[in-house]
Design a protein around this ligand. Structure first.
Ligand code: FEO
Length: 397
């Protein structure tokens, strides 16, 4: 199908609505979009290919969009297989095509495919320009957003940033490929944050470097490799990315992450949530036993206060909580105010073990620890009440 985005830029990507786990890790209940683009000018260019699962749609879209034109360039911004699975086939089908990519991407693609395309490659680096006619692409290195070889490109003619994984999101869009001023832009947040925090979250410094480069450009449109295309709303997307890259919480509120074996730890955090609500403080509870950690990590990027609550298990941390915390730590997230609630029937040790695992500064451990002895009693409730008062004080400062 031929889908014109704007000017001489066309969409040739496709959605996978059947895949269950992205990277065989992250649940994608609303699917995923693999984006690729075609620029039709004096010279034509395909910008990135697609995942194996949507290769057929990619080639169909390319055929109906390019019609019988030759393809002068294939640009690969990112060599990860979810965007490069059709590279070999495209280059074999189109011997006229020059392959445009970074030195590192060329090496990665050789390793993935066993084919060496250096003989027909134009290797690009920061500042290089690919002229197509009235459109031209200027390349910028974006290492570790999300792999080391990543480049983004800017087309000054259409004021478009081809942003690779940056500004991408999970989810096959339900009907609105293009986010414009007419859309409810906040609908982008949750799956974009979950994508960012789990895929790129640990590389905040690299993302900040890219954002500085983007700030010097007049960007009116963003074409990422996943999720919606932005036509407008650029300030909104950049502000979200600025917050996420600097680990700044998006809003005041308490995320309570808990595990509970027999419901007693749950009763304690239910009490905390109710007391926070009484004090008009926003809170959200997520059960580590039933919530995929990608959703929990995403909410950690959103809220400023985090409470981790769980039973002691074999003198250690409740296993599901331990799994979550070890992944939380890998994101490198900082700047949250953290409190702990542990439960133990004979030797409560979960708080100490959680602190040993996280190894954060004392500053991060902002609140008095709470120990529940098997089930919450009046003394525990007094402690939980004090915790909610302390959180209230934080917001009243
Ligand atoms: Fe969507 Fe890093 O690939």
């Amino acid at each position: 199908m031929k889908i014109k985005l704007f000017d001489s830029t066309y969409y040739i990507g496709a959605c996978d609505r059947e895949k269950q786990l992205f990277e065989n890790l992250f649940p994608i209940p609303s699917g995923i979009r693999y984006n690729s683009y075609f620029i039709d000018d004096e010279k034509t260019a395909v910008l990135d290919t697609a995942d194996e699962s949507v290769k057929r749609e990619f080639f169909e879209n390319l055929k109906s969009t390019a019609e019988n034109k030759k393809i002068d360039y294939l640009v690969v911004h990112h060599a990860e297989p979810d965007h490069s699975s059709a590279v070999v086939e495209l280059l074999d089908l189109h011997p006229e095509t020059t392959f445009v990519t970074s030195e590192t991407a060329l090496k990665f693609l050789r390793n993935f495919s066993g084919r060496d395309f250096s003989g027909r490659a134009k290797v690009v680096k920061e500042g290089d320009v690919l002229s197509l006619g009235k459109n031209s692409l200027v390349f910028f290195a974006a290492p570790m957003v999300h792999w080391p070889e990543v480049m983004v490109s800017y087309n000054a003619h259409s004021k478009t940033l081809f942003s690779a994984d940056a500004f991408g999101s999970f989810g096959a869009t339900d009907g609105s490929l293009i986010l414009s001023a007419k859309n409810d832009i906040s609908s982008w947040d949750d799956e974009a944050r979950r994508y960012y925090s789990n895929i790129v979250g640990r590389f905040g410094g690299n993302v900040k470097t890219l954002l500085k480069k983007v700030a010097a450009l007049d960007v009116k449109r963003i074409c990422p490799l996943h999720g919606n295309v932005f036509d407008g709303n650029i300030e909104y997307a950049v502000k979200k990315y600025t917050d996420w890259a600097s680990y700044s919480p998006e809003e005041n509120g308490v995320l309570i992450v808990y595990g509970s074996m027999y419901g007693n730890t749950k009763r304690a955090v239910d009490a905390l949530s109710a007391l926070l609500s009484e004090r008009k403080i926003k809170s959200k509870m997520l059960d580590v036993s039933y919530t995929d950690i990608s959703y929990i990590i995403s909410e950690c990027f959103r809220f400023d206060v985090l409470i981790f609550a769980c039973p002691t298990y074999y003198g250690q941390i409740f296993p599901k909580m331990e799994y979550f915390l070890s992944n939380y730590k890998k994101t490198g997230i900082t700047g949250r105010k953290i409190g702990f609630l542990e439960n133990g029937t004979w030797a409560a040790a979960a708080t100490k073990k959680m602190k040993d695992l996280l190894i954060l500064s004392d500053e991060a451990y902002h609140f008095e620890n709470i120990t529940v002895n098997s089930s919450p009693d009046d003394f525990t409730i007094t402690k939980i009440m004090k915790l909610s008062d302390d959180i209230l004080k934080l917001y009243k400062k």
